[in-house]
Design a protein around this ligand. Sequence first.
Ligand SMILES: O=C(CO)COP(=O)(O)O
Length: 125
Amino acid sequence: MHRPNIALIAHDLKKSDLVDWAASHEDKLARFDIVATGTTGTRVLERCPSLPITRLKSGPLGGDQQIGALVAEGRIQGIIFFIDPLTSLPHDVDVKALIRLAAVYDIPIALNLATAELVIEKLGH
Ligand SMILES: O=C(CO)COP(=O)(O)O
């Protein structure tokens, strides 16, 4: 039986929040195989070096789409994606595509801290 996979992603102004969140849930996250977009993964690993994180490409260079492909293949059980709702991004279409695929495949996707708490509480057991 494979360990469940969870994806971690954060936009730049939300990365510190995600790093803090990951550190406070390190024990639960350690039960997953984690994939992350490039810079987010680097930042989380700096704080939590023992977490099993596979880093994909940076979001603007295709990382969101790589995670979307994993969702389509049924290989992601949850997504924690701290979006920045106040900044326009060059790869907004990629962000929307990932959120859309999460809806298509009925994968829990937390777009903010409050929802992330609920998702990790449920998936982390
Ligand atoms: O832009 C992102 C998601 O849309 C995140 O990518 P990085 O983690 O590489 O900054």
